[in-house]
Design a protein around this ligand. Structure first.
Ligand SMILES: C=CC1=C(C)c2cc3[nH]c(cc4nc(cc5[nH]c(cc1n2)c(C)c5CCC(=O)O)C(CCC(=O)O)=C4C)c(C)c3C=C
Ligand SMILES: [Fe+2]
Length: 421
């Protein structure tokens, strides 16, 4: 099987050793497809004697043109966290940390144990599609004396009128996204990454999220968020001609040579968006559907068809009004309404118990990917900020923007081209 981190793969070595080539065929999970669960047998990691299902054995490559965890299908569990470099730590310590983190990510994504003092949390499991993705925040470049190599795309996001941001849970020097189809595998990676930080960096904030588990639906389908909506339908697709251009920084772009280290990378906007679920649940089904402009059960546009039918933004109903209201979220966020601005949304839901106001502290860890935030998140959020019907039911509580370098080549660590280039 090819080594590609845009596809989830079952380790060839494991599968061919047990179920043979025929069993391996069809077990590579495409980047756009949902979770594909097939019964397969594979050896457990670290020389164990048990067997693994396809979910356990699915593996995402660490090395490649892109970092894993961007086009990888949504995983069931996620941890996103930011670190600040410790006082006195600079470029040298940051490089050593990225080297340690990369080695840990490589090993764990292959279903191996950590190099030292493994916690044993994931001992019986396979890789479970584990991905570990690393990014650099704006402040990282001052801390490491690399401001000359900081791309303008990493300039702080503008303020939005509806922002209610907590600075303690925003930004940070370094950002790590962990995803896996098993909670123990994800937590194992989280602990290893935290321990690797040692004296070099301290956790600034951490958020935990989840999505559908593979196999929960009869066939792979677009996930739902905690408002119950089908969410992700109109994401850009890797099969589309302009996908690469929209999501990834060109490898040999027109930009200055100092920014060439980001070629093949992407920018992640991360927002903790609380959902005001008690208010939302008071709305009738028809009202909820008007807020988004889509049918809640099927995800189809209110103008008809199926989930994948294009929105008919010009269609007028018998009452003389647009069938998809002027302030419907799907209308306002559509690329056609924003000069073509598009982003790849790859969120996790979160639920952190009950908030001080007695309502669920739950919502969306909104993570979106783009080649340039000024041609992705920013124009769309500006528009949503001015007149999105969904605004009454959500609150943006934290924000981060991170430069996520390209995937490492064999023998390289993530960010090496920045830190040693
Ligand atoms: C600035 C970007 C966006 C934020 C913030 C955002 C928050 C947010 N969205 C939903 C639910 C849905 N969003 C949907 C579509 C959609 N949303 C954005 C952007 C932001 N959303 C875009 C670009 C799009 C696609 C528009 C298009 O191309 O047609 C949908 C419809 C289904 C889909 O296409 O995914 C839903 C549902 C929530 C709940 C939320 C904050 C909590
Ligand atoms: Fe949205």
């Amino acid at each position: 099987m090819t080594e590609s981190n845009t596809d989830i793969e079952i380790s060839r070595r494991r599968l061919l050793g047990t179920v043979g080539a025929a069993g391996a065929t069809g077990l590579a999970l495409g980047a756009t497809g949902g979770a594909l669960v097939q019964s397969a047998i594979a050896a457990t990691p670290s020389g164990g004697t048990g067997s693994l299902s396809a979910v356990g054995a699915a593996r995402v490559a660490f090395h490649g043109e892109r970092q894993a965890g961007i086009t990888t299908p949504l995983q069931a569990k996620g941890h996103v966290l930011a670190f600040d470099l410790a006082p006195g730590a600079g470029r040298k310590e940051a490089a050593a940390l990225m080297r340690r983190w990369s080695e840990t990510a490589r090993r764990l994504m292959a279903g191996e144990t950590a190099a030292t003092a493994d916690t044993g949390i994931a001992l019986d499991a396979g890789p479970c599609s584990l991905t570990v993705t690393f990014g650099f925040g704006h402040s990282f470049f001052e801390r490491t004396g690399l401001t000359a190599r900081r791309p303008a795309a990493l300039d702080p996001l503008p303020d939005f009128s509806s922002d209610r941001l907590d600075p303690q849970r925003s930004n940070g020097d370094l950002w790590v996204q962990i995803g896996a189809d098993d909670g123990l595998v994800a937590f194992h990676a989280l602990r290893a990454i935290q321990k690797d930080a040692g004296d070099a960096a301290r956790v600034r904030w951490q958020m935990d999220g989840f999505n559908r588990s593979p196999g929960a639906t009869a066939s792979p389908m677009t996930s739902r968020n905690l408002m119950g909506q089908v969410d992700g339908t109109n994401n850009p697709k890797p099969s589309e001609a302009d996908f690469e251009k929209r999501i990834f920084v060109p490898a040999a772009g027109p930009g200055p040579a100092e920014h060439a280290w980001m070629g093949g990378g992407s920018y992640a906007v991360v927002r903790r968006i609380r959902m005001l679920l008690d208010e939302w649940d008071k709305q009738s089904l028809a009202q909820q559907e008007q807020v988004i402009g889509r049918n809640k059960a099927t995800g189809a546009p209110l103008t008809g068809g199926s989930e994948t039918t294009a929105l008919d933004l010009d269609k007028i109903g018998p009452d003389g009004k647009a069938v998809i209201p002027a302030n419907a979220h799907a209308r306002i966020s559509a690329p056609a309404q924003n000069g073509g601005a598009a982003m790849l949304r790859r969120p996790f839901s979160f639920h952190d118990g009950t908030a001080e106001d007695g309502a669920p502290d739950a919502g969306l860890l909104f993570i979106c990917w783009q080649a340039d935030p000024l041609r992705g998140f920013v124009p769309v959020q500006r528009k949503l900020d001015r007149g999105d019907a969904l605004s009454a039911f959500i609150r943006h509580e934290s924000s981060g923007l991170y430069a996520v370098p390209p995937g490492p080549r064999d023998g390289e660590y993530v960010g090496q081209r920045l830190l040693e280039g």
